[in-house]
Design a protein around this ligand. Structure first.
Ligand code: PEP
Ligand code: MN
Length: 348
């Protein structure tokens, strides 16, 4: 365990923490870094890290036995900021990726892209290869879908994120997309993760539906270990006993992962709730909790969407949500869509 003290800590506070650790039977090795006192704690005693975390002067308590190494803050204390062209993911600005669940046809992709751009999104989302629970559901347009998404992204000056389900799709997706999305169902497809480690484009890694945070970070480790340092984590809800929502969106994962890892953390409130009326509250909560960005499903005609219509926002709802986020983000020292995009009066 490593106890990292706050920058302006007093000698007395440090001594109190050391005394508490010794009381629990631990050996404490003190070191003073450039700006902080760090306590290395070893020994056979047992101490509840939460007790130490709550003590005055303590900045954070970290395990040094993390199974993931490159993904951990211990390895890299400063936040990772990923550049995609002029976009900076993981910096001060909260980045919103939005668009349909699936690319369906040119008009749908294009009008949805126009709407999300106008509201302030920076990245177009949309699936061309869809992981559907039923083999009889719409499976996506494949390369034709990629072509439609890329064209719309270019027209509306958006970056493009799209899902890769299998190593055989990496090459074709690489030709169209700016960011590879790994879906929840593939979070532990280790062959795919290893292969994406060799890619030179960012990977947005969704949390698996039954994955612990540690398993999620270990999956990120696969990509990082392969030499690709650009991983964006995305919380999208986990499977619990609750049935009122499609999944249970783990908002607490945001501050937890931000502490454990230097990687940017996004939230997908669409799959997280499965309900259009619950997307905005969860998106607001995610930004307030410190998410670096959001991934949101928006459809120009959600009631006729070929996938995930019930959780897709109408353009007007997305526009209103973005306006709300512009109030929330500065309250926690973040910005969002600095350049206001011309409004053309979406119906609310
Ligand atoms: C999606 O983003 O459309 C999707 C299938 O997400 P998930 O992998 O989180 O279910
Ligand atoms: Mn979807």
């Amino acid at each position: 365990m490593v106890v990292v003290m706050k920058e302006r800590v007093t000698t007395e506070q440090v001594e109190q923490v050391i005394a508490k650790l010794v009381e629990f039977g631990m050996d404490v090795h003190r070191s003073t870094g450039a700006s902080r006192v760090v306590l290395g704690v070893v020994g056979s005693g047992k101490v509840d890290p939460r007790l130490i975390e709550m003590m005055d002067g303590v900045h954070e308590v970290l395990r040094i036995t993390e199974p993931y190494k490159l993904a951990s803050r211990t390895f890299k204390p400063e936040d990772t900021v990923i550049s995609v062209g002029d976009l900076r993911i993981g910096g001060d600005e909260v980045i919103v990726m939005a668009g349909p669940c699936s690319a369906e046809n040119e008009a749908q992709v294009n009008s949805t892209a126009a709407a999300v751009k106008r509201a302030g999104a920076k990245v177009l989302r949309g699936g061309a290869f869809k992981p559907r629970s039923s083999p009889y559901s719409f499976q996506g347009l494949g390369e034709e879908g990629l072509r439609l998404l890329r064209a719309a992204a270019n027209t509306h000056d958006l970056k493009l994120v799209t899902e890769v389900m299998d190593i055989s799709q990496i090459e074709v997706i690489d030709r169209y997309a700016d960011i590879f999305q790994v879906g929840a169902r593939n979070m532990q497809n280790f062959t795919l993760l290893r292969e994406l480690g060799r890619a030179r484009k960012p990977v947005l890694l969704k949390r698996g539906i039954s994955a612990t945070i540690e398993e999620w970070l270990l999956s990120a480790e696969y990509v990082l270990a392969g030499g690709n340092t650009e991983v964006i984590l995305c919380e999208r809800g986990i499977r619990t006993f609750e049935t009122a929502t499609r999944n249970t969106l783990d908002i607490s994962a945001i501050p937890i992962v931000k502490q454990l890892s230097h990687l940017p953390v996004f939230v997908d409130p669409s799959h997280g709730t499965g309900r259009r009326d619950k997307v905005a509250p969860m998106a607001r909560a995610a930004v307030a909790a410190g998410a670096d960005g959001l991934l949101i499903e928006v459809h120009c005609d959600p009631d006729h969407a070929m996938s995930d219509g019930a959780q897709s926002l109408f353009p007007g709802q997305f526009d209103r949500l973005m306006a709300e986020l512009r109030i929330i983000a500065p309250a926690i020292g973040r910005s969002i869509c600095l350049e206001p995009v011309a409004r053309r009066g979406w119906a609310r």
